[in-house]
Ligand binder design. Sequence first.
Ligand SMILES: Nc1ncnc2c1ncn2[C@@H]1O[C@H](COP(=O)(O)OP(=O)(O)OP(=O)(O)O)[C@@H](O)[C@H]1O
Length: 274
Amino acid sequence: MSADPVPATDDRPHDDEIVRMREVSVRRGGNRLVTGIDWTVELDERWVVIGPNGAGKTTLLRLAAAELHPTSGLVDLLGERMGRVNVFELRERIGLASAALGTRVPGDELVLDVVRSAGYGVLGTWRETYDAVDDGRAEAMLEVLGALPLAGRAFGTLSSGERQRTLLARALMTDPELLLLDEPASGLDLGGREDLVAGLTALAADPDGPTMVMVTHHVEEIPPGFTHGMLLREGGIVAQGLLDDVMTSENLSAAFGQPLELLSRRGRFTAYRR
Ligand SMILES: Nc1ncnc2c1ncn2[C@@H]1O[C@H](COP(=O)(O)OP(=O)(O)OP(=O)(O)O)[C@@H](O)[C@H]1O
């Protein structure tokens, strides 16, 4: 008689699980930033995380970026368990674009240097030497985002939208396996937002593009082609799953704590108070 098969355990991620969180909580002082998070992002999925101010979105993204350790629970990123892996090596495989990163860029740094220094994991050019491959890739990423004409400008002289596009090009520079975007459209005017949504739509449709997670407050910023969604409120998950299942007036109202009507048209969303 053959032995019973080893029971399947839920302990290790399988190869296609890019982000895996189990019972994850983060506490600071008496505050619970996020609580009891169970979340799996699989290869090639494109997630949007939505919630009001203070819901825990940035905390979740920083956990996924290996920038923050959970107070309790398990976090596996790209098959590596947080706490048992060199986070510096892990971060090389993850692209993160956030306005917070932008505040750390020296104002006199040239846009091309902001992008190409990503390959060296540094902010601010110091003594690295770049080769033609670095230059070519940095220029190609700026081109994708319509920002190539900015290449020779100082970062400190850019508008918010131009900064966001530069930081997105930087996040893509290393060809990351996981791309994390923290409110990439914040501060953009309508045209800038639509340019960015178009760029992210193209990236989402690219079969060679990275697995993506985007944090936003606004349903208008969800690019068509994004596959999954999570709604957060007060550090907990209100709903998560396939975008079309999650994006309902009921779920949005629960997340934002007010009666909202959600409308969708041609893959885009908008919402207003009932
Ligand atoms: N170091 C900290 N100590 C105490 N509380 C914190 C700390 N960092 C964040 N918080 C609190 O945790 C909660 C979640 O913060 P987080 O930045 O993740 O929210 P968010 O959803 O990204 O918010 P926003 O949309 O305003 O950017 C907030 O109430 C915030 O004030």
